[in-house]
Design a protein around this ligand. Structure first.
Ligand code: SAH
Length: 353
């Protein structure tokens, strides 16, 4: 596995020899080195995610799964998590599912060997997969993806005075920097953005959409559901949301590839559209605050507070952090993809399913 310094050397050489690479290729290379060499989560890491804030997050997801499974007449299922991080969410969700009589085999889709080792502490009998293709085909899948789609490679298109072009990464006197590519890319940009002002950026995640469509197909064929939680926006949007995080602070996307966490906002309309094309029904997006509220986070916080009186303040703070509009409650959104043969999921307002 490459270090960040070796990756930078390799990218520099590649750009010198063969010219610029796409933002998506740059992001894929940077994140594969980043996740393979770091535990990015927690206070010592670069960012913190909802399951690392409180056990309530994973528990309510476990309850969401168990409820749907019961109403689907309790078939045998596999629990699947995409990008499980430290495995904290899985640990909490599996414990909550067990209280409801659900103890499925566990499958983790994870590319980082370092994180897989941490995940094994929460689910020693899990099976690890490099991608979704090798997930079992026999029975329904109940899938969870928290902050997974935001870490997949994104393409960016930039409006120049001469029309839309793919945004590329090159290496010059000042290090890595972005430049518009030579080929017009109008066909990848929605029509209403064609005349956007010069400098506008439009992002897509072909890798994320391909996974969403493949999961939609699997759910239609095998049954089951996927709950995806991420930060992002609902509508088509022209803007640069690619960001780099290092030690809980923003860093330059083009400095030190492989040393920072690179993510971009998830485009929920595009993600649900891909799932529907695959054959799943989609509920949401709703805000994370709404979803957790509907799943009973207030009651869970109160129960935990009664059990651990010395932690009441911490539990209350976590409740606020996960649900309030100023914190993670509004920017983070939740969608469910559900097999057409399965019941409606709990936790969503606008039941399109
Ligand atoms: N779900 C966890 C971690 C989010 S970080 C949490 O909420 O805490 C992103 C996770 O996705 C990490 O586990 C990372 O290793 C994994 N990941 C990133 N790119 C991936 C890819 N292409 N395939 C599989 N896993 C990937």
């Amino acid at each position: 596995m490459l270090t960040a310094t070796e990756l930078a050397d390799m990218l520099r050489q590649q750009m010198t020899d063969h010219g610029p690479v796409s933002i998506a290729d740059y992001m894929a290379a940077a994140n594969s080195v980043y996740y393979a060499s770091h535990d990015p989560l927690g206070r010592q890491g670069d960012f913190i995610t909802s399951p690392e804030i409180s056990q309530m997050f994973g528990e309510l997801i476990g309850i969401w799964i168990a409820d749907l499974w019961k109403r689907a007449s309790m078939p045998p299922v596999h629990y699947v998590e995409l990008g499980p991080g430290r495995g904290t969410l899985a640990g909490d969700a599996l414990r909550a599912m067990r209280t409801q009589g659900l103890e499925p085999p566990v499958h983790f889709v994870e590319t980082s060997p370092l994180l897989a080792r941490l995940q094994a502490e929460h689910a020693p009998d899990a099976t690890w997969h490099e991608g979704i293709e090798t997930l079992p085909h026999d029975v329904p899948l109940v899938i969870v993806a928290n902050e997974f789609f935001d870490a997949l490679p994104y393409r960016q298109h930039i409006r120049t005075y001469g029309g839309w072009r793919e945004r590329m990464v090159t290496y010059g006197d000042e290090g890595f920097a972005s430049i518009p590519g030579p080929v017009p890319t109008e066909e990848h940009v929605p029509e209403h953005l064609h005349d956007a002002t010069a400098g506008s950026i439009y992002e897509t995640s072909p890798a994320g959409l391909a996974i969403a469509a493949a999961i939609g197909r699997r759910l239609k064929k095998q049954g089951g559901a996927m709950l995806a939680i991420d930060y992002g926006h609902e509508d088509y949007y022209a803007g640069d949301t690619l960001q780099a995080l290092n030690a809980h602070a923003y860093a330059d996307v083009f400095s030190n590839p492989g040393a920072n966490d690179l993510t971009a906002h998830v485009h929920f309309t595009a993600l649900s559209g891909a799932g529907e094309v695959g054959g799943a029904r989609v509920a949401g997006p709703v805000s994370q605050g709404y979803f957790l509220g509907a799943m009973g986070i207030a009651a869970r916080a109160a129960a935990l507070g009664r059990r651990y009186p010395d932690r009441v303040e911490e539990i209350g703070a976590a409740h606020v952090r996960l649900t309030s509009e100023e914190e993670m409650g509004s920017l983070f959104k939740v969608i469910a993809m559900v097999a057409p043969s399965w019941p409606k999921p709990a936790g969503f307002i606008d039941q399109t399913v």
